[in-house]
Design a protein around this ligand. Structure first.
Ligand code: URA
Length: 193
């Protein structure tokens, strides 16, 4: 098996067996799945969300609920097929009641994201929401550019091995037409890349 595929398979196994996670017991009690990531393993664009919601934890698939519909619409608006990109989250297990991921949880799961980035080698990372923005920018040498998402969304930053474009989280646009319009404009910049 090719090295990349072997590593992605290993990441999946490692997350499945992550009994050290504070979210592991909640996963097992609820018959949830961890959500590792989905899409093209040689994708040029990687989308990184926050953590799975209930629909995602029930199916094991990222962005398959209402936020996912918004993501699909945004991708369609720039003529990109979801199967051509890779979609994942920083935290791979569902936090109870969809609460924000805790710093310890981000710290525990982030190395799996780093391994996914290293295996897939995307040219562009689009962060969805402030948690993945904060993590990716500080981890990959863009901490000096870091500011609030309302200031830097839609801007393109150049890290060592890829570009980073921070985007609002699609869930924030479910009831907010203005944010949806902003996301559509920012997706056009993504298409330009
Ligand atoms: N929100 C996220 O951040 N990720 C998902 O997979 C679904 C909703």
């Amino acid at each position: 098996m090719e090295e990349r595929e072997a590593e992605l398979k290993k990441i999946k196994e490692d997350v499945l067996n992550l009994t050290a996670s504070p979210l592991y017991a909640y996963r097992v009690e609820n018959n949830y799945f961890p959500v590792i990531g989905e899409g093209n393993h040689t994708a040029k664009i990687m989308f990184i969300g926050e953590a799975p919601g209930q629909n995602e934890a029930k199916t094991g698939r990222p962005f398959c609920g209402r936020a996912g519909k918004v993501l699909d619409t945004l991708l369609q608006s720039i003529g990109i097929d979801r199967k051509d990109v890779y979609v994942t989250n920083i935290v791979k297990d569902r936090p109870p009641e969809n609460r924000d991921p805790l710093p310890d949880e981000i710290e525990l799961y982030a190395p799996f994201l780093d391994r996914q980035i290293a295996a897939i080698k995307p040219a562009v990372i689009a962060t969805l929401g402030r948690f993945s923005m904060q993590y990716v920018m500080s981890r990959y040498g863009l901490e000096f550019e870091f500011d609030s998402i309302s200031k830097i969304h839609g801007q393109v930053f150049t890290a060592d091995k890829f570009k980073v474009i921070p985007l609002y989280h699609p869930a924030a646009a479910i009831y907010n037409q203005h944010l949806l319009d902003t996301l559509k404009e920012d997706f056009k910049k993504l298409a330009d890349l």
